[in-house]
Write a protein that binds this ligand. Structure first.
Ligand code: ATP
Length: 902
């Protein structure tokens, strides 16, 4: 008996794990967590191997982001997984069963399958063959080879296939399974494109099926309800359960942040006593003061801000509203501050002032700096360290000295869970996150969950940049309506000496509907770096505003020859490229020459490792220079060689000015080659010069994608390395190859986006060098064979460039007709440039991108509004709202959707 129960439990456990895998859930995503109710876990190998493999490949968050980034590769992975998945039901109903079978078409379902929903489905389906065809094309994956740019189709197909099988196992008949497949294919496609949810009514309309029919089919497959893979919310949004769970936790967490004022994590006995709010002389005596809990004695807000910003006067002499100060005041007041601004609008300046104000009041405050990528985290730390140096020494000494990636901050474990979460919070009083527009929904929920009670969260970012690769646009949503309540406007207006009426922005006029999260967001719109008349600033604003004419006017028409300008004159260039094929050789040669300073630094490194006399080296260089000069002459005259020009190469290798290398790029090396300092200086010069310039692409694939351009640039660099006698290894490794890590590797402490440079070590062996703040030298090197997946880094996607800045950027638009550009992408690419940006492509592509903003479906703000009214129930009001929402799976059936049509 006991044995039978154990076997049954094991079977049930296996089944439940299989279900969970089927929708790509994992132990962290608890909304669809069967374990609480499951029997004893079954043997791990109970599932067919192919089933396991497919589920893991297709649905882990990493897989989805990889799918979106990797185009063909991901599609192929998904297809392989689909094709290796075992059959699970009658052949006629399996979308994956037969390549030639049109996916998601119900006509050939067996007649015996007719249930009531099946009959309705069948009737609708017969009436809508064109809709079926459209659906199969747009959402459900075709069985023909996938187009390279359609990883979302592969994901949609795989999800549909999984959930179709799950529905069948749950007892749905063929027709209901077909509906499940169709609707989940469309949902999967939306999710893969970054939406958190999809409008159920619109999905039904596209299928030309009544919502009631679809709901009954979903119910027949046990797709909705407790522990089910899908959730339909009261407003008619269809979610994957894990996204519903993440959105719910995030909404509740954000409301929780706003419910109580900030306070420190001090034990009660050590906590400072409260201070009378009336001591605050800035006119806010009736407001609950943030200072009351944390800062005895309270300093007037105006004085605090003036000190934090290092000004003698609190108010802006021009009489304009100083939104940096407003943002800082908000961050001091509230536990949540969302500060959005483009590059150069003063986000770093503002957050430095906020930290100074907080540390000034509470020297022991624990502050964490974090960002979604290692690069962005490092940039923030360096920028803040720079600001701290201008502050009083005792204050500067208390500034944070480390920064984290979000994964590191939260403590990613090998099994994919996180050390810090609700119940095991982060040991910080303040968490500052830069580049927050890159945070997806799941990470945002985890971050908010992991905050200590009373801790503050300060999010910095640019709402107009690309959103996260994964589902969600949390940052843009949170700062969509930057609205200050009347009491705060009064308080801040008094402190800053401006009328409260002027403290409105983003169209937050009095008539605007109440925002979901007032008193949390501020936009910084004045650009202190570019100035109103700078070409980069003008074109960035025009693109941001969707004004294609203004964008065109702000760009200067240029030719490929202008790209060769090694001095990288400031400006915003437009280089028209007709046709849709690969870039022509002169254009590629010009793009390569952008790396001239890097090549000079590379040559310095080589010289440090030469054992031969200087004479032969110069001879060798001269020979290479001659060779290239011939190439260059051909390029200039015939315009077709694709070589590096004589001018470019002679600059690159020591005959030109030495603006690339810190240890003297021209002539002989100026440092003792055996001194570690000389090696470090040469390495630093390599990283510095590499960081000055980058070729950015909208897409990876295609003739104007990163793969093609990396191959073209790499071929040139490799050729140079060979001619200089620098080592190469196999087909892809050569001295001078710049690489970018494509996947986090925690044991190696390498993270997605980390940049390395391949160089010969003292023994002439190729190693990849990385900057490493933890190392005494500032660098470390690893064997190429030890590295996680990587790409060459001479050309990178705009997505990958987020969080980085370069002096000069060449932004290559895709060929006409290739999807992948958007307003946000072009804006993000342009704003990576500090001095010069060159846009290269077809006019039609630029115009289409500028006029195509990205919109992401989400229920976050609605959910916050929905949960909010329960706030005044008292006690754990927000938790009460959770209960109301928990029933969404079933509740959705009754709320938000029209009554079932007969
Ligand atoms: N209120 C101000 N008055 C004058 N100069 C300012 C002001 N705020 C910022 N700056 C200057 O503008 C430049 C850009 O500021 P900051 O680095 O803070 O902007 P940012 O938004 O963090 O830029 P990025 O996103 O590119 O890092 C800096 O040189 C800074 O000193």
């Amino acid at each position: 008996m006991t044995q039978r129960k154990t076997r049954e439990g094991a079977r049930e456990g296996t089944q439940r794990r299989a279900q969970r895998r089927a929708v790509g859930d994992d132990a962290r995503q608890t909304a669809f967590d069967f374990d609480g109710a499951a029997g004893a876990p079954g043997p791990a190998d109970a599932l067919p191997q192919s089933d396991d493999k497919a589920a893991v490949t297709l649905h882990s968050p990493d897989a989805l982001s990889t799918a979106r980034r990797d185009g063909v590769a991901a599609s192929e992975t998904a297809i392989n997984a689909r094709e290796t998945a075992p059959p699970s039901g009658p052949r006629s109903a399996r979308p994956s069963a037969k390549p030639s079978e049109p996916a998601f078409v119900t006509d050939d379902a067996p007649a015996s399958a007719h249930s009531e929903p099946a009959a309705a489905v069948r009737a609708s389906v017969h009436a809508s063959s064109s809709a079926r065809a459209a659906t199969a094309t747009a959402a459900a994956a075709p069985t023909a080879p996938m187009p390279a740019e359609a990883p979302e189709i592969a994901f949609a197909w795989a999800l549909a296939s999984r959930l179709g099988r799950l529905a069948r196992r749950n007892g749905a008949d063929d027709a209901a399974v077909t509906v499940v497949e169709q609707i989940t294919a469309m949902l999967g496609r939306s999710v893969a494109l970054g939406h958190v949810c999809a409008p159920f009514g619109a999905l039904c309309a596209r299928l030309q099926l009544a919502p009631a029919v679809v709901r009954r089919a979903l119910a027949a497959g046990a797709m909705l309800g407790s522990d089910a893979p899908l959730v339909l919310d009261p407003a008619g949004r269809l979610y994957l359960a894990r996204h519903d769970d993440a959105e719910r936790r995030l909404a509740l967490g954000l409301l929780d942040l706003l419910r109580a004022p900030p306070h420190r994590r001090l034990p009660p006995s050590a906590a400072p006593s409260s201070t009378d709010a009336s001591a605050d002389t800035d006119g806010s005596a009736n407001l609950p003061s943030d200072d009351a809990l944390v800062t005895p004695p309270v300093t007037p807000l105006a004085a605090r801000l003036a000190r934090g910003f290092g000004r003698s006067e609190p108010t802006d002499a021009s009489g304009d509203v100083d939104w940096q100060q407003v943002a800082a005041a908000l961050a001091l007041h509230s536990r949540l501050a969302v500060i959005s601004g483009g590059p150069g609008t003063g986000k770093t300046t503002t957050v430095a002032a906020i930290i100074a104000c907080l540390l000034d009041a509470e020297p022991e405050l624990n502050i964490a700096l974090a960002a979604p990528t290692g690069k962005a985290a490092q940039r923030m730390l360096e920028a803040l360290a720079g600001r701290a140096r201008a502050m009083p020494a005792e204050l500067a000494a208390r500034f944070p000295t480390v920064s984290f990636t979000l994964h590191r901050l939260l403590g990613t474990r090998g099994d994919g869970s996180f050390r810090h979460r609700r119940g095991a919070p982060l040991p910080y009083d303040v968490v500052v996150v830069d580049e927050a527009s890159m945070i997806d929904l799941s990470m945002a929920a985890r971050l908010v969950d992991a905050l200590a009670p009373g801790a503050r969260l300060i999010l910095l970012g640019d709402k107009d940049q690309l959103s996260a690769v994964e589902a969600g646009a949390v940052f843009a949503e949170l700062c969509a309506q930057p609205t200050l309540s009347a009491p705060l406007r009064a308080r801040f207006g008094t402190a800053l000496g401006v009328s409260p009426e002027r403290l409105r922005q983003g169209g937050s006029a009095p008539t605007v509907v109440q925002p979901a999260l007032p008193d949390t967001a501020v936009w910084l719109e004045r650009n202190y770096r570019f100035g109103a008349d700078s070409p980069i600033g003008r074109v960035a604003v025009a693109v941001r505003d969707g004004n294609a004419d203004a964008a065109r006017n702000a760009l200067s028409a240029a030719s490929v020859a202008d790209l060769r300008d090694d001095d990288q004159q400031a400006g915003a260039l437009w280089i028209e490229l007709a046709g849709d094929g690969p870039l022509d050789p002169p254009t590629i040669a010009a793009l390569v020459e952008g790396y001239a300073a890097f090549f000079r630094a590379l040559n310095d490194w080589r010289r440090l490792h030469e054992t031969a006399e200087a004479g032969p080296q110069r001879d060798q260089l001269a020979a290479v220079g001659d060779d290239a000069a011939r190439f260059g002459a051909a390029t200039h005259t015939a315009g077709a060689s694709g070589g590096i020009s004589g001018q470019g190469l002679s600059n690159a290798f020591g005959n030109g000015s030495s603006n690339g290398s810190s240890n003297g790029a021209s002539g002989e090396p100026q440092a003792d080659p055996n001194a570690p300092a000389a090696r470090e200086a040469a390495l630093l010069a390599l990283f510095d010069t590499l960081a000055r310039y980058r070729v950015l692409c909208a897409v990876r694939e295609g003739p104007r994608g990163t793969h093609a351009l990396n191959a073209a640039v790499s071929a040139r660099v490799r050729g140079l390395a060979e001619r200089l006698g620098m080592p190469t290894m196999g087909g892809e490794w050569f001295a001078g190859r710049a690489v970018m890590i494509a996947r986090n590797d925690y044991p190696l402490r390498l993270f997605n986006g980390d940049i390395g440079i391949t160089l010969a070590d003292g023994q002439g062996v190729l190693r990849v060098y990385f900057q490493d703040a933890a190392s005494a030298t500032g660098f470390r090197s690893l064997s190429p064979a030890a590295l996680p997946p990587l790409d060459s880094a001479f050309a990178m996607t705009v997505h990958k460039s987020q969080g980085s800045e370069f002096d000069a950027v060449a932004l290559v638009l895709p060929s006409p007709g290739v999807r992948g550009t958007s307003r946000e992408l072009v804006y993000t690419g342009i704003t990576r440039a500090k001095r010069r940006v060159a846009l290269i492509g077809a006019r039609s592509v630029l115009e289409a991108a500028v006029t195509t903003p990205t919109r992401r479906d989400s229920g976050l703000l609605d959910r916050i509004r929905r949960y909010r009214p329960t706030d005044h129930r008292g006690g754990d009001g927000l938790a009460g709202s959770k209960t109301a929402d928990d029933g969404d799976g079933d509740g959705g059936d009754s709320g938000g959707e029209p009554a079932p049509a007969a």
